[in-house]
Each structure stands twice: as structure tokens, then as C-alpha cells.
Design a protein around this ligand. Structure first.
Ligand code: FE
Length: 342
């Protein structure tokens, strides 16, 4: 009788531990705008380390923000990741992001990339710079972003369309520095200098320089890293045909930068796991992987640039409040329309 009794207890313990372990599937859910293969590797490494499964939904930032709003309390997402501080600002403005405690993060991050309201964590940063044909442009002809509207670049300038968020964030930074009137004049000058109607992505602008369609372009540096390390010979050659110039360096505002960054959502169902994942993504190992795989700059102060980035040289970055990249977004789009920047 006693043995039978213990047997029942044993079975019921076993049964309840099965139910508990079923409840305890550890996961974290991301809504992300990022489309880079390095991310998959980062999440795999995190899962191997912690056992926490990472579920990913990819889409553009505006669609993800709409989805988070519509799903409201039923939203399964813990983290919203964007490649634009302007979109993080937008999510924050719509009251979707939780206020973070920066002291919950174990690594020293570049101050200038943080949010004054503590609503995001930067994961990488990107610099939007001038690239120029090594054959047809000399470095000393280049100086500032403002100078790209000068008539000396007539029919020589390549840049992607104004619907792209990198360009919208960039023009928002111009507005923050120069005001609306001057920014419209600048955009008109730039449109006058277009070598062709805007098309393609940042990589395509470098390929167009290589093909002789234009002489200089505005791109994010990591795309040059990707071209130079491509397994397609044509892409490597295109990358080699250009050089990088960091504008606005001499007692000036510095290079426009933007972040890939993450916010934790107000209704995050797996908050602790979300914190763990973000802490992992800013750790040394993950930051080195971003650096060496997608050629984005590390936000963790302890991590050095890789060799390619070191060859590009150090540069002064624009230290405006990154929220302004969202604040001036509507004005930037109006200026693009008025200037005829397609
Ligand atoms: Fe990109």
C-alpha cells in the first residue's frame, strides 16, 4: 500500500514537471526591419548560449509600427528593431516603447547614440559618406555635404531615391543644422547635379560609378565593405574603383550617422529574455561579428574597428540628437517633393 502511495506521488510529480517545462519554453519575439544575413547568425549564437529561442518577423519599419499598434495588448513582439533612429522616434512618439534603464546593460555604449528618453539601445551605427571615382575625382575637390549642390558636380552625382529612409534621415539632419529654407536650396542644387534619375540601392550607386555613369555618390560605408568582400568579381571591382571621403570634418558638424537600434515594447511578454538578447547583441562577441560580417560600426566602446574600417580612417561624427532624424522627417519628405528628387 505504501509503495503504491509513493508511486502515485512520483507519477504526479513527473506529470506536473512536464506541464511546467511545457510552460517554460524560453523565447523572445522580434519585429525587425533589418535584412542582413549576420542577424541570423547572431540569433543562433544567442540561442546556443542561452537556450532562448528567437522568433523573427521581418518587414519595413512603418508596417511593423502599424502592426504593433493594431495588435495592441495581443502583440507577441518583445523587441522592435529598426535601421533608422527616426523610426524608433516614431514608435516612441506613439507610446509603443518601454522606458529602459541603461544601467541594465552591461557594456559601455557610445553616448551620442543613446536616446535622451532611454527608449532605445543602439546595436550598430552607420555613416553616410561620399564615395568617389579614384580615376575621375581627386580627394582635394571634396569637402562637405553642402558642396554636393555646387555646379561643379553637374551630371556627376549618383544617389538613390528620396523614398529611402537613409536619405530621409540624412536630409532631416541637414534641416536640423541648416534650417528648412537652406535645405530646400541644397536639395534643388543636388537634383540639378544628378547623373541620372535616382534608382537602385547604395551598392548600385557604386556600380554606376564603376560603369562610368557618374563620378561620386552618397552611400552608407558598410555597403562598400560588402562589395569589397563579395564573392562576385564585378562587385569587388566596383568597390575597388572608389574611395571613401568623410565630409564636414574641419571644425564642422561631422559625418551623418544613424543607428540600427532596438526598443523593448510596452507589452513585451518576455521582457527578461528581451533584455538578455539586447545585452548579448552589444557584447564584444556580437559586436565583432557585426563589424566583420556586415561592416557596420560597433556601438560598444571596447570594440575596435576591423582592418577595413581602420583603413578608412577615424572620423568626426555628427553628434546631433538622433531623435531629430524623426522630428524633421515630414519636412524632409516635403523638401524632396518640392525639389523634384524622385
Ligand atoms: Fe542597409
Amino acid at each position: 500500500m505504501k509503495i503504491f502511495y509513493y508511486h502515485i506521488i512520483f507519477i504526479s510529480i513527473l506529470f506536473s514537471s512536464c506541464i511546467n517545462s511545457k510552460k517554460k519554453v524560453q523565447e523572445v519575439n522580434l519585429y525587425t526591419q533589418r535584412h542582413y544575413s549576420v542577424d541570423k547568425k547572431q540569433f543562433e549564437n544567442f540561442t546556443n548560449l542561452t537556450g532562448i529561442k528567437v522568433n523573427v518577423v521581418k518587414s519595413n519599419a512603418d508596417e511593423l509600427i502599424e502592426r504593433i499598434k493594431n495588435e495592441a495588448k495581443n502583440c507577441p513582439a518583445d523587441i522592435f528593431i529598426s535601421v533608422d533612429a527616426g523610426k524608433l522616434y516614431k514608435a516612441k512618439k506613439q507610446n509603443l516603447l518601454k522606458k529602459l534603464n541603461y544601467s541594465d546593460f552591461n557594456f559601455k555604449l557610445k553616448d551620442v547614440l543613446l536616446d535622451k528618453d532611454s527608449c532605445w539601445i543602439p546595436l550598430t551605427y552607420r555613416a553616410r559618406v561620399i564615395v568617389f571615382s579614384k580615376d575621375r575625382v581627386s580627394r582635394d575637390e571634396l569637402s562637405t555635404y553642402e558642396d554636393l549642390s555646387s555646379s561643379k558636380w553637374k551630371n556627376r552625382l549618383l544617389i538613390r531615391s528620396s523614398s529611402n529612409s537613409y536619405n530621409q534621415a540624412f536630409l532631416s539632419s541637414v534641416i536640423a543644422h541648416k534650417g528648412i529654407e537652406n535645405s530646400l536650396l541644397w536639395a534643388r542644387g543636388v537634383v540639378n547635379n544628378f547623373a541620372r534619375s535616382p534608382k537602385g540601392n547604395d551598392r548600385d550607386q557604386v556600380k554606376a560609378i564603376y560603369a562610368g555613369e557618374g563620378d561620386l555618390a552618397l552611400i552608407n560605408t558598410y555597403y562598400l565593405g560588402l562589395l569589397l568582400n563579395s564573392d562576385k568579381e564585378e562587385e569587388v571591382n566596383a568597390g575597388k574603383s572608389v574611395d571613401i571621403f568623410f565630409p564636414n570634418q574641419n571644425n564642422d558638424s561631422g559625418v551623418h550617422v544613424n543607428i540600427s537600434g532596438a526598443g523593448i515594447l510596452k507589452n513585451s511578454p518576455n521582457y527578461d529574455n528581451a533584455l538578455k538578447l539586447l545585452n548579448y547583441l552589444i557584447s564584444g562577441d556580437a559586436q565583432k561579428l557585426y563589424c566583420n560580417s556586415s561592416y557596420e560600426f560597433p556601438v560598444n566602446n571596447d570594440i575596435q574597428f576591423n582592418n577595413l574600417m581602420q583603413n578608412w580612417g577615424t572620423f568626426l561624427i555628427d553628434s546631433i540628437d538622433l531623435n531629430l532624424l524623426g522630428v524633421y522627417r515630414d519636412e524632409a519628405i516635403k523638401i524632396f517633393d518640392k525639389s523634384g528628387w524622385k
